[in-house]
Write a protein that binds this ligand. Structure first.
Ligand code: UGA
Length: 495
């Protein structure tokens, strides 16, 4: 049996591990002269970051032998010692089981991983250039390494988010460098390139791996299709098989659409605020329509993280390069960039002059459930407030260490606090910048006693206005009633 037969994460997510992995139709297509087509292939995951490590451990849990490779030797050593290099719920346990299983090999020599496996998942970073274009230099470097180490058939699978033309370049690069460097003297090295985009959300990565909504596989050969279907069949979800470009593009389209939903609701929040309506109820009302759906309609300080902002820009860049008007997405980005100013305006509205005030900040991560601060809207706001001369006392359940690296503590200006209560001490206002569930359950009466002025500005609409106000706070949030009287019609029309 190919998949895990022991109880574990896979079982915990309700996977049916006793399903046959080869269908009669695949058997018919197997070329018996090539053993790699029906033997159990070994996998390599190249790049052990937020996507690569959960992916590698997920496959190990499902029963596959996996070589995890990263050229950062200290990261590999850390993983080998049983410690994940970033925080992700359940990951440390999964790593412990993976290491104990004997099916996980960790190396920092990427060449070794390429030579030791048949299916190679490319999970390296695709950061952005100043132009918004995706920087594919890490992808190219890894593909050249693969090309020089082709010791048999390889299926190269793009998992990193890449623009919809990348597979073509991977194929050309493989063909070009394989001829030069594989030592086999082969003019036609055997490989396939496939796209299998990840749809992992930080904080829910394992749930997304073991219970995905869908798996998308873009292939150009029956062999690649059979191999990838075999990997994913134990996951009880739709498997969409497409051509490679379609799979590549789907990932960008999904992230662009989700970003659009967020900017849309943020625009609606501003209108709600202007006319005195409540955006959370509007979101509930429109979200009950199954054509719309309630998820990703939470108004606030905007979207951040390593994916949405850069993927949006890369998708616009791709569109522009091909003469497609991406004005819609440009607006999505513009609305998002404006959220910091919208929030600062609200803080000014709450406390009047900013300079010299002391404020507690709850939340630094780009969203709840992670220690990731990349493109965090919370940090944009922290930086803006420091520039305005506000003294900040900040807290985050997981992202303090990373934030300290990015913005070191400054005596009398920025202090990292060990608890939300410590952050609130003698503050003129308390700002909620990340949607950590634990901030919902704070003792508001205690907070009230600690603060100089009992004002809360909630950038994530995390708190229940009723509870906070009955605890004696002045409470402002995003696109919800703040208790102020508002005109029901525009002032110009009223006159
Ligand atoms: C996102 C996508 O949700 C994943 O499907 C995708 O696989 C991943 O990017 C990726 O490309 O790798 P992630 O970056 O982990 O996942 O974060 P999200 O949960 O999508 O949140 C992104 C940002 O939007 C956060 O700053 C969050 O606070 C914000 N957000 C989210 C809102 O402001 N409102 C919402 O309603 C939802």
């Amino acid at each position: 049996m190919d998949c895990a037969s022991t109880p574990g994460e896979a079982r915990a997510y309700g996977l049916a591990c006793d399903r046959p992995l080869a269908t009669p139709s695949h058997k018919r297509e197997v070329d018996l002269s090539d053993k790699s087509r029906y033997e159990k292939p070994r996998l390599a995951v190249l790049g052990l970051g937020h996507v690569g490590l959960p992916t590698a451990l997920g496959f190990v849990e499902l029963g596959w032998e996996v070589i995890g490779a990263d050229d950062d030797a200290s990261k590999v050593a850390m993983i080998q010692s049983g410690k994940a290099p970033f925080s992700e719920p359940g990951l440390d346990d999964l790593l412990a089981r993976g290491l104990a299983s004997g099916r996980l090999t960790l190396v920092h020599c990427v060449e070794e991983a390429v030579r030791g496996a048949t299916i190679l998942f490319v999970c390296v970073g695709t950061p952005q250039k100043d132009t918004g274009e995706a920087d594919l230099s890490q992808v190219e470097a890894i593909v050249r390494t693969i090309a020089c180490n082709l010791n048999g058939y390889k299926l190269i699978v793009e998992k990193s988010t890449v623009p919809a033309i990348t597979a073509q370049w991977i194929k050309r690069t493989l063909a070009r460098f394989a001829k030069l460097g594989n030592g086999l003297g082969k003019l036609h090295p055997e490989f396939d390139v496939a796209s299998n985009p990840e749809f992992l959300q930080e904080g829910k990565a394992l749930e997304n791996i073991f219970r995905p909504d869908r798996v998308m596989v873009g292939v150009e050969s029956e062999r690649a299709r059979a191999l990838l279907e075999r990997l994913y069949r134990p996951l009880d979800c739709p498997i969409l098989i497409t051509d490679v470009r379609t799979a590549e593009l789907t990932k960008h389209a999904a992230n662009a659409f989700l970003s659009t939903k967020i900017s849309f609701i943020n625009m609606v929040a501003d209108i709600c605020e202007a006319v005195g309506a409540d955006v959370t109820q509007v979101a509930a009302g429109v979200g009950l329509d199954p054509r719309i759906g309630r998820e990703f309609l939470n108004a606030g300080i905007g979207f951040g993280g390593y994916c949405f902002p850069k993927d949006l820009r890369a998708f616009m860049y791709l569109g522009r390069e091909h003469g497609v008007d991406c004005g819609l997405l440009a607006e999505v980005e513009k609305i998002n960039l404006r959220r910091t100013e919208v929030f600062l305006k609200k803080v000014r509205h709450a406390v009047w002059v900013l300079r010299g005030k002391t404020m507690g900040v709850l939340g630094l991560a780009f969203k709840g459930g992670t220690d990731d601060i990349r493109e965090s809207p919370a940090l944009h706001i922290v930086k803006a407030l420091l520039e305005e001369g506000v003294q900040l006392r900040v807290h985050d359940p997981q992202a303090m260490e990373a934030s300290r690296q990015e913005i070191p503590p400054q005596a009398g200006r920025l202090e990292y606090c060990s608890s939300p209560y410590d952050a609130a001490r003698e503050a003129d206002a308390l700002l909620i910048l990340t949607e950590w569930q634990e901030y919902r359950d704070l003792d508001f009466r205690r907070l009230h006693e600690l603060m100089e002025v009992p004002v809360i500005v909630d950038g994530r609409n995390l708190l229940d206005p009723e509870i906070v106000r009955t605890s004696g706070f002045e409470y402002l949030s995003m696109g919800r009633h703040d208790g102020a009287e508002r005109p029901a019609i525009p002032v110009e029309s009223a006159s």
